[in-house]
Ligand binder design. Structure first.
Ligand code: ADP
Ligand code: MG
Length: 551
């Protein structure tokens, strides 16, 4: 019973197709990478379905077959994955299911650069076939349906045709791409396809076969002994995983045996790769059990403040058929996570010691996210050593750690002073900081609202109190000599004191209800006045944040 139906693409698909087909800078060969990635996902899902229900096991070899037909000028990519039912085809190819698609369209339309990495990261890969073809035939059979297969045909222009066909294939999907005339030279041979697979899909964990031979040869890199792996291999794997065009800042590769066994291969990217889109939910580390992918972007293996990290964790200690739900509050995952977190923080400390330049890169790219780690009480020691600030004594372009501050602190100084300021220039004019300038006491400059939350939540570093400069205790400051003697404000004469009292009384009268009090300050020498909070509990910047939040 043939039943053919015609469907229109959703508007956003048309927009997307238009962008892809006309993108000048995009490397067209990535269509193959995208099809292989989908095939690999489908095989992963099949393997997972079998591990949960062994009766599904049907001796079908999990693999990806790629073939070029000289006569028809077609490339066919076939997988033995889960396949799709007719309804799934309609839902998955024809509409864009991803929340990021609108954002992709926006970014892609504005971008003057190649879309290679955007396509991969946003998961709109299937449509990239229309960069090389205007006649595509998809045949697919779901493992859930023994009797029917579905055929999807489209020219990538507004619509597609769907029909139910004889189910003589294994479960899985076969995609037949009729190459456009001008693409035949570029892609029309097994050798050319082999090169592209080796370049973009070397790390796919299922066999990719072309002309009866397996093309991808690389084993699970994270399981290999470190000394056998070349730097280029790490970088290649990183690019394969993340679609980043730049190499990572640093690579962390280690194995742990106790309290749980796992291997992990982690990377710190040069920029925040998840910054697109409204919700930053694209993060997480891929979880494998004995080399089998269990969950991409698992969110329980690392705390969110380390979510800029990309990579793989592979453990022997979990069962293969563990469900995603039980992963969430799994004790073992908890143990892996706490060990992994400690390791990552330790490696960051090492990076800070060994390579200040790389550490500065890390800080520039990821500190916004990292700072949220002040909630991680268990790792506060390491966390606080990793924080960096601008400061009144920082040399240009360098940042200051608490330890740098302490090293320079005055004898007997037991406080670390900080101030929320808009910029270095603003700090130089800030009346609260006048006395610190005069006495040559270092002040850390905080530029972001979160910085102050960090300070308030930490309160101490080693035996130093963290103190907002505007509430610094004058007695504590007084014991330090001024850097230049004549800068010290002279005590008021009796007459001056009377005048000041009269002035203060007049000001109170004028300001009335608008202020709680007006007082004579003993710490100002150049500025006429400063504003402080009456209860002294909240800095003025924190008060602004609180007000904004209550609104
Ligand atoms: P993504 O892979 O990020 O989901 P794509 O545009 O590449 O985005 O694919 C869209 C969807 O089409 C996939 O999520 C999947 O549901 C379905 N799909 C594509 N190719 C296959 C395939 N070979 N086997 C099964 N499903 C597929
Ligand atoms: Mg895809």
């Amino acid at each position: 019973t043939e039943q053919t139906e015609k469907f229109e693409f959703k508007a956003e698909v048309n927009q997307l197709l238009d962008i892809l087909i006309h993108s000048l800078y995009t490397n067209r060969e990535i269509f193959l990478r995208e099809l292989i990635s989908n095939a690999s996902d489908a095989l992963d899902k099949m393997r997972f379905a079998i591990s949960c229900d062994p009766e599904l096991n049907d001796d079908v070899e999990p693999e990806i077959l790629i073939a070029y037909d000289e006569e028809k000028k077609t490339i066919t990519v076939t997988d033995t994955g889960i396949g799709m039912t007719r309804d799934e085809v309609v839902a998955n190819i024809g509409t864009i299911a991803h929340s990021g698609s609108a954002e992709f369209i926006k970014q892609a339309a504005e971008s003057k650069e190649s879309l290679d990495s955007l396509i991969g990261r946003f998961g709109v890969g299937f449509y990239s076939i229309f960069m090389v073809s205007d006649h595509v035939v998809v045949r697919t059979k779901s493992y859930k349906d023994a009797d029917h297969a579905t055929q999807w045909i489209s020219d990538g222009k507004n619509s597609y045709e769907l029909s139910t066909i004889e189910a003589e294939m294994d479960h899985g999907t076969s995609i037949e791409i009729h190459l456009n005339e001008d693409m035949v030279d570029r892609f029309g041979s097994d050798d050319k396809l082999r090169d592209i697979v080796a370049k973009h899909s070397n790390f796919v964990s299922f066999p990719i076969m072309i002309g009866g031979e397996r093309v991808n040869t690389v084993p699970a890199l994270w399981r290999e002994p470190k000394f056998q792996i070349k730097d280029e291999q790490y970088v290649e794997f990183y690019k394969f995983m993340t679609y980043d065009s730049q190499p990572p800042i640093t690579t962390l590769h280690f194995a742990v045996d106790a309290p749980v066994q796992f291997n992990s291969l982690l990377f710190i990217p040069e920029k925040d790769l998840d910054i697109f889109g409204m919700d930053r939910d694209n993060w997480g580390v891929d979880l494998y059990v004995r080399r089998v992918l269990i969950e991409k972007q698992n969110k329980n293996l690392l705390p969110e403040y380390l979510s800029f990290i990309k990579g793989v964790v592979d453990t022997e200690d979990l069962p293969l058929n563990i469900s995603r739900e039980t992963l969430q509050d799994n004790l073992l995952i908890g143990k892996i996570s706490s060990t992994l977190t400690k390791q990552v923080l330790g490696q960051l400390l090492k990076l800070a010691e060994d390579d200040a330049e790389k550490y500065a890169k890390f800080w520039k790219a990821h500190s916004k996210i990292f700072k949220a780690g002040h909630m991680d009480f268990l790792n506060r020691d390491k966390y606080s050593k990793l924080l960096r600030f601008d400061s009144s004594k920082a040399e240009e372009d360098t940042l200051v750690a608490f330890d740098d501050y302490i090293e320079r602190a005055k004898e007997d100084q037991k406080e670390i002073y900080y101030a929320v300021v808009a910029s270095r220039e603003a700090a130089n004019l800030n009346p609260h900081l006048e006395i610190f300038r005069r006495k040559d006491i270092e002040v850390l400059y905080l530029y972001e609202p979160i910085d102050e939350f960090v300070m308030e939540s930490m309160r101490q570093y080693n035996d130093f109190d963290l103190v907002a400069a505007e509430y610094a205790d004058l007695e504590k400051l007084d014991k330090f000599e001024s850097s230049e003697k004549e800068d010290e404000p002279e005590p008021l004469s009796e007459d001056q004191e009377k005048d000041m009292e009269a002035l203060v009384a007049k000001m109170k009268e004028i300001l009335g209800e608008q202020v709680a009090d007006v007082k004579i300050s003993e710490r100002l020498s150049d500025s006429p006045c400063r504003l402080i909070n009456p209860d002294g509990a909240m800095t003025s910047s924190m008060e602004k944040i609180m007000k904004a939040m209550n609104k």
